[in-house]
Design a protein around this ligand. Sequence first.
Ligand code: AR6
Length: 179
Amino acid sequence: MDVTLDKIRIELVQGDIANQPDVEAVVNAANAQLRSGGGVAGAIHRAAGPKLAEACKPLAPIQPGEAVCTEAFDLPNDYVIHVLGPVYGRDEPAAALLRSGYENALDLAEEHEVSSIAFPAISTGAFGYPMRPAAHAALGTMLTNAPILEHIELVRFVLFDAKAMSIFEDMLAELRDDP
Ligand code: AR6
């Protein structure tokens, strides 16, 4: 599914965030120490190689809602933007922190004059954020920011399974019709 809003194309695809060769920046659902781990962070660090962990070391730790940018090393992208999402039920206010994470990633991408960026569904795995409100925060932040983006033309959400994909599709349709 894709939708164009204020000249920004929003794409929803099912797949692997570590295998998106046609976007300039990929977003990592990071941990505070910016180390490898399970889920997205594991896939990104494995594909990028050990230099990514080295590049991350001096930037850690980060706080929920923050984002930092590194090179992408062996990944087929130019940049990795590492976002620490909120742990659901612990880091509050959860929705505002999740939105800040997405917004800070967009700001960094704009600073680096990136035209295409791919996001995973931040916080919805190990951090336990329910998919529907997470999709609302993720897509809502894109819709709010679309009019002020200068360089970004494509925002892709890479969803891991069919359930997440269908929740994001429903949410995008809802927000498009009634922003
Ligand atoms: N590509 C796209 N989406 C994926 C992939 C992938 N390769 N792998 C998992 N997902 P998570 P979080 C989905 O746990 O909740 C890590 O261990 C997954 O199904 O990666 O922000 C870090 O080290 C889920 O919907 O991120 C942190 O400690 C979503 O991506 C912690 O987990 C996010 O799952 C971060 O937790």
